[in-house]
Design a protein around this ligand. Structure first.
Ligand code: FE
Length: 250
């Protein structure tokens, strides 16, 4: 089996949310798809270990916020790489709501769907949850983010609980067919790390900035440590991304 074949399936990226007893929960997901038009129904695939999954089933509702192409990456860090069991992901996040009360993300959203849970299906590690769309809207003219664009631009893998998760080692062992050169701008060029001992570096995944003057006391890095001198296994304290995911701030 070739795992990279699964990367040829097209998806978007969404924040799936719910609300129960006045508390909000949510996660980043790529598996959101329309399954019927009459009535309009969506299905989401949600990991059983995902804190939000049970909250969606218990509350009987969820909202889907469709993210824009130039997404605020701190949303990816918060909703994709932290758990609602340990922190309130919504602490600094503006939301609105429609019919069900499930929170809709304001920042970086191009469209949203408000859904009532209709059914659930156990598929092993994940639960498929069908929801009837009771309200929806388009709130921005920006292009929606595709999973492929996100993966290319940020060289990011799926979080562990995503249905599309594959271990990095498995992917790295696979050879890809050679690309025929096209004149299009290659997104990889944006990743080149410029060496500058005084530079601030931004995590492309979650937006965390590493300032050499401050170091990173949470990770035991003393003030005055240039980015280049960080240990090779340094990880973003927010989303756990490695040094390769950092880019020098403009
Ligand atoms: Fe990060």
């Amino acid at each position: 089996m070739k795992y990279k074949a699964f990367h040829k399936l097209s998806y978007g990226l969404y924040i799936v949310t719910t609300e129960i007893e006045g508390k909000k929960f949510g996660y980043i997901g790529n598996t959101v798809f329309q399954v019927t038009s009459e009535p309009p129904q969506l299905v989401i695939s949600s990991h059983k270990d995902n804190f939000t999954t049970k909250k969606i089933i218990d509350s009987g509702k969820f909202a889907v916020s469709v993210l824009e192409k130039d997404v605020n990456t701190s949303l990816i860090g918060i909703f994709g790489f932290t758990t609602g069991a340990e922190m309130d992901k919504f602490e600094n996040i503006d939301t609105t709501s429609a019919v069900t009360g499930a929170p809709i993300i304001v920042d970086s959203t191009v469209a949203w769907f408000d859904c009532k849970v209709v059914n659930t299906f156990d598929v092993g590690t994940h639960i498929l949850i069908t929801g009837e769309v009771v309200e929806s809207d388009v709130v921005s003219a920006e292009e929606p983010l595709t999973y492929d664009y996100y993966r290319e631009k940020y060289r990011m893998l799926s979080p562990k609980n995503a249905p599309t998760y594959v271990e990095r080692e498995k992917l790295e062992q696979e050879k890809e067919p050679e690309k025929i050169a096209k004149p299009a701008v290659r997104v990889e060029d944006e990743h080149e790390i410029i060496r500058d001992e005084n530079g601030v570096y931004i995590c492309l995944i979650c937006g965390f900035s590493y300032n050499p003057e401050e170091g990173d006391p949470t990770m035991g890095i003393p003030p005055g440590t240039p980015f280049e001198d960080l240990p090779e296994d340094y990880k973003c304290p927010i989303c756990n991304a490695g040094k390769d995911y950092f880019r020098r701030s403009e």
